[in-house]
Write a protein that binds this ligand. Structure first.
Ligand SMILES: [Zn+2]
Length: 449
């Protein structure tokens, strides 16, 4: 079983939208009440309020504020859980201290299990009924993978005045047809590397393929900058002051443009990854640390970071992995530290420390004279390792710690945040990782939770 997220656009009537807006408002107030509770408790008693404490207070809360009695109790718990998640991320140093959310920025609420709502759809169009609000909403959209929907999140995009129903769906995936190492068929192996100049560099043993970075963001950036400049001259919303109509108009245009860029990016990612996953059964790549790549370096690396983010590095990698696995293939994630694909000569195996510098795009091996473009060199090394042809390395994938199937090390941080408290499904279903881990590095301490 794999979990996929499927989102449909909702088309509420005027009356229905009123009910949705009212429910969103209540959830927003609850969120802020929980933040306030934690703040006050800490200021007075230097004590951290646990998730369960707040969850157990909900019945009393509902007695005082009767409006909440009509809302589904698990969805209220899920909102409390959101606060807990925000605090857990803060405690781990992953994000800033949670603050009150304005209704303008509050996106919606979640039904964390299969009760309280009902969906009537075969994956294309349909309706969804929210029992607590007593409304049945029309949905439009088409799911790529459809199965048993397990959770539902209602999302509102205020600037676009749009509503969405986002389901997590349990989807059956085929058993990997490539079970053991001896089954690896070399003719359909592809090694790939994500880069900044060329978004993807591929090598399948015979030929290279380079897929250029589309740079949507850069192209639209001028337009967005222009709108932002116009917006600065209008009256922005402040405490007690409404935004001017002109400000809102420009704000809407800006957010539409950003949404367009996001759609273009997603479309491009799907096209590229589907094409590759259609051709190959085995993907080979190295462990990628996008967060580390994009955070450090300050202004000096800002341009580089922008192009990394504009391709959507992490997503591209994830899509490729799940699409290959969806059809029964396999993705090997090589341990970067042991193999050093970007520093190793694919011909003789010599490791050159100076190759690691980012501005060094063309590599000449001082040991054997082999010349290669940097990105091409590293995919060649990865391909060679997977096919046991790389000189200078123990050639068995097993001895490198590859081909084990413990997939718990990736995304362990998010998962740990999500599993504190009772409603594991909230975060876990979102983040279930199907990636087959072949990483030789030992899992860190927080990965075991
Ligand atoms: Zn060499």
């Amino acid at each position: 079983m794999a979990t996929r997220r499927q989102t449909f656009r909702l088309y509420p009537s005027k009356v229905q939208e009123k009910a949705l807006l009212a429910a969103r408002r209540l959830h927003c107030y609850l969120y802020n009440a929980c933040v306030s509770h934690r703040e006050t408790e800490y200021k007075l008693h230097r004590r951290t309020v646990a998730y369960f404490e707040q969850q157990n207070l909900l019945p009393e809360f509902k007695q005082v504020w009767v409006e909440y009695a009509q809302l589904h109790s698990q969805s209220l718990q899920a909102t409390v859980k959101r606060v807990d998640g925000a605090y857990q991320r803060f405690f781990q140093g992953l994000s800033k201290k949670p603050h009150f959310k304005s209704i303008r920025k509050y996106s919606g609420w979640t039904y964390p299990a299969q009760s309280g709502w009902k969906v009537n759809s075969t994956g294309k169009y349909g309706t969804v009924t929210l029992n607590d609000l007593g409304i049945t909403l029309k949905m439009r959209g088409q799911a790529k993978h459809w199965g048993v929907p397990t959770t539902l999140t209602i999302v509102h995009r205020p600037s676009r005045r749009q509503w969405f129903a986002s389901f997590t769906v349990d989807v059956a995936i085929p058993e990997p047809k490539l079970g053991s190492q001896s089954d690896l068929r070399y003719e359909s192996i592809v090694a790939y590397d994500l880069g900044t100049e060329t978004a993807l560099t591929l090598f399948d043993g015979a030929e290279f393929q380079e897929i250029a970075n589309p740079r949507f963001t850069q192209r639209s950036e001028a337009k967005i900058r222009k709108l932002a400049k116009l917006k600065r001259r209008k009256r922005a919303p402040e405490k007690g002051v409404k935004a001017s109509r002109r400000w809102r108009k420009i704000h809407q245009r800006e957010s539409r443009l950003q949404a367009k860029v996001a759609r273009q990016r997603k479309d491009w990612q799907h096209k590229v990854t589907s094409e590759i996953a259609g051709r190959y059964d085995i993907g080979v790549t190295e462990k990628l640390n996008v967060k580390g790549m994009t955070r450090k370096g300050g202004k000096r690396k800002a341009g580089l970071n922008k192009s990394i983010l504009s391709v959507g590095f992490g997503t591209l990698n994830q899509m490729l992995t799940y699409k290959i696995e969806q059809k029964g293939g396999l993705v090997l994630v090589l341990p970067t530290k042991t193999i050093k694909p970007s520093q190793r000569c694919p011909k003789c195996g010599a490791v050159h420390k100076d190759w690691a510098e980012l501005n060094n795009r063309y590599h000449v091996c001082s040991a054997c004279g082999f010349e290669v473009l940097r990105d091409r060199g590293s995919v060649m090394v990865m391909y060679n390792v997977a096919t046991h042809q790389q000189p200078g390395l123990r050639t068995s994938l097993v001895s490198l710690g590859c081909l084990s199937t413990t997939s718990k090390t990736r995304h362990s941080r998010q998962r740990r945040v999500a599993t504190t408290g009772s409603m594991k499904q909230l975060g876990q279903r979102k983040r279930q990782k199907s990636r087959r881990q072949v990483d030789g590095e030992t899992p860190s301490a927080d990965a075991v939770g």
